[in-house]
Write a protein that binds this ligand. Structure first.
Ligand code: SAM
Length: 278
């Protein structure tokens, strides 16, 4: 995702990748209401990864801490890291409400502030996939994991609902900086296998479904425009520059999600990856 505007008040970064991340951070600042729908899949990811009490677990791109808090409730010693301070604020509240201790860091998955081999488990739910350079992100996640430790993450298949929406959004945005690849490639098992390479063994894929309540296609579209980072930034940009194109985009969005909408629920199937570091 690349966007022409920044609201930080600071001069935009001259480095295209740093600028890309600034815009991402702004977009994700309003994601907190969606924790209601990412909470059940967090339990799914944690259950499949099975952290034990006392193990050190890192939740990468933790957002409001849904995975981190779930793992901490099992007795794991959890660290959560995210790019977006507004979400970490909510994550702190969530941990306090749950009565668990978690260490929170604002940071970038492409440059994790932890020593090699610190964690028994590195998890990410729909999170590290947004790092612009997948090779850098996965190298960092594996670096901070102990040999024999578990890496597990959830991602969106390109051919299904959210993956198709990423492709749609990509068609309406200006081209990203060179080398930046779309997040939904993390939803293709062949791509995941290649990216993890021989750094892991016992690679395993599963599928699960996130069910999103919605009163209409427009209801879901409107909610996403207020909360989902890349969509929020796209709509902000088209509202300012090309309202007619915005309407075309909105029609395409609704047509895409119509394929997955039934009984007031939008069905969002996703891929779960789990592997052991060699
Ligand atoms: C779809 S949200 C998922 C949040 C949370 N894991 C959940 O399941 O609710 C994507 C998250 O990725 C974070 N993010 C995006 N790029 C990042 C980066 N380079 N480093 C760390 N976090 C990043 C965003 O701030 C946001 O919290």
């Amino acid at each position: 995702m690349q966007n022409p505007t920044t609201k930080s008040g600071k001069a935009p970064s001259a480095d295209p990748l740093a600028r890309f991340k600034e815009v991402q951070r702004e977009g994700w600042a309003h994601f907190a209401p969606l924790e209601a729908i990412t909470t059940p899949p967090a339990a799914e990811l944690v259950r499949r990864a099975s952290p034990r009490a006392g193990q050190r677990v890192l939740d990468v791109a933790c957002g409001t801490g849904v995975v981190a808090v779930t793992a901490a409730r099992l007795g794991a010693r959890v660290t959560g890291l995210d790019l977006t301070p507004e979400l970490l604020e909510r994550a702190r509240e969530n941990a306090q409400i749950a009565g668990v201790e978690i260490e929170w860091h604002q940071g970038d998955v492409e440059q994790l502030p932890f020593a090699d081999g610190t964690y028994d488990m590195v998890l990410s739910q729909f999170g590290h996939i947004f790092a612009p350079r997948p090779d850098v992100a996965i190298a960092e996640m594996l670096r901070v994991l102990k040999p024999g430790g578990t890496i597990a993450f959830s991602s969106w298949p390109p051919e299904l609902c959210i993956g198709r929406l990423f492709a749609l959004i990509g068609r309406y945005l200006p081209p990203p900086p060179p080398g930046v690849v779309p997040p939904h490639l993390w939803g293709d098992p062949n791509v995941v296998r290649e990216r993890l390479g021989n750094a892991v063994k016992d690679l395993r894929f599963d599928r699960a479904t996130m069910r999103v309540p919605a009163l209409s296609l427009q209801h879901n579209r409107t909610a996403m425009e207020k909360t989902a980072g890349p969509i929020l930034k796209l709509v902000e940009s088209l509202t300012a520059t090309d309202p007619a194109r915005l309407e075309t985009y909105r029609r395409e969005f609704e047509a895409t999600i119509a394929d997955y909408f039934e009984d007031n629920v939008l069905r969002q199937d996703y891929l779960l990856t789990r592997a052991t570091k060699t």
